[in-house]
Design a protein around this ligand. Structure first.
Ligand code: ZN
Length: 226
């Protein structure tokens, strides 16, 4: 269930059964000419909503705050680059607040997989979780799939497929420029034109949701045993 759509009594009932909050973390970042700017947050939100529904818990709205995006990397525009300090503060305060609100497991699914971005989330959120005595799991969606290509993919075969599955209107492969190399379009990985599909995206999506749902339930069970 989505947190922002719930009334207080509904939040309390869900939290009493499964005190797990799933927080999707995105970015506003150029993802080729063919895919929506919000790809990382859109997919993270879809993963978070599906995980929460699977385990009977709550998902939060996505935060579109990406650090070390394609803008500092290679000057891509239409991209909102956020500092590590802001990410740290936001991650810290969200975890503090979710703990104060009675959640004992927080799962942050980051659709943006840059290592510096993930490290900033850890620096902000980890001490807050430890201070509050709650379980915290921060992972990029790419860590929840058993595939060698997926973690290296940016706006290529895999990310394009996942977005195509999640929100078909937001992908238009006719926009990929055949007269321009892929990297200069911020497509890193396998050319999506002949390889991406909503079916492929659906299969990856299901595997990632399964993995994260299982992991979140395990953390909750550990908490209950403690
Ligand atoms: Zn992405």
């Amino acid at each position: 269930m989505k947190y922002e759509r719930l009334r207080p009594d509904e939040i309390e009932a869900i939290r009493a059964r499964a005190p797990v909050a799933v927080l999707p973390w995105g970015a506003l970042e150029w993802h080729g000419y063919h895919a929506a700017i919000g790809l990382d947050g859109l997919k993270a939100a879809a993963f978070a909503d599906a995980v929460a529904d699977r385990i009977g818990a709550i998902s939060l709205p996505p935060l579109y705050c990406g650090h070390m995006t394609m803008k500092p990397y290679a000057g891509f525009s239409h991209t909102i680059e956020i500092s590590a300090a802001t990410l740290e503060a936001l991650a810290r305060e969200y975890v503090e607040q979710l703990a104060e609100e009675g959640f004992v497991v927080v799962v942050i699914i980051s659709g943006h997989g840059n290592p510096d971005h993930l490290a900033a989330l850890e620096r902000g959120a980890r001490p807050a979780a430890e201070a509050a005595g709650i379980a915290l799991w921060i992972l990029p969606d790419s860590a929840a799939i058993d595939d060698e290509e997926y973690p290296l993919d940016h706006a290529a075969k895999w990310e394009t497929s996942v977005l195509w599955h999640v929100d078909p209107e937001l992908v238009d492969l006719t926009q990929v420029r055949s007269n321009q190399d892929l990297e200069s379009q911020a497509i890193l990985g396998i050319d999506p034109v002949e390889t991406a599909s909503p079916e492929l995206g659906a299969a990856a999506f299901d595997e990632i949701v399964d993995t994260i749902a299982d992991g979140a339930l395990e953390l909750l069970a550990e908490r209950s045993r403690a």
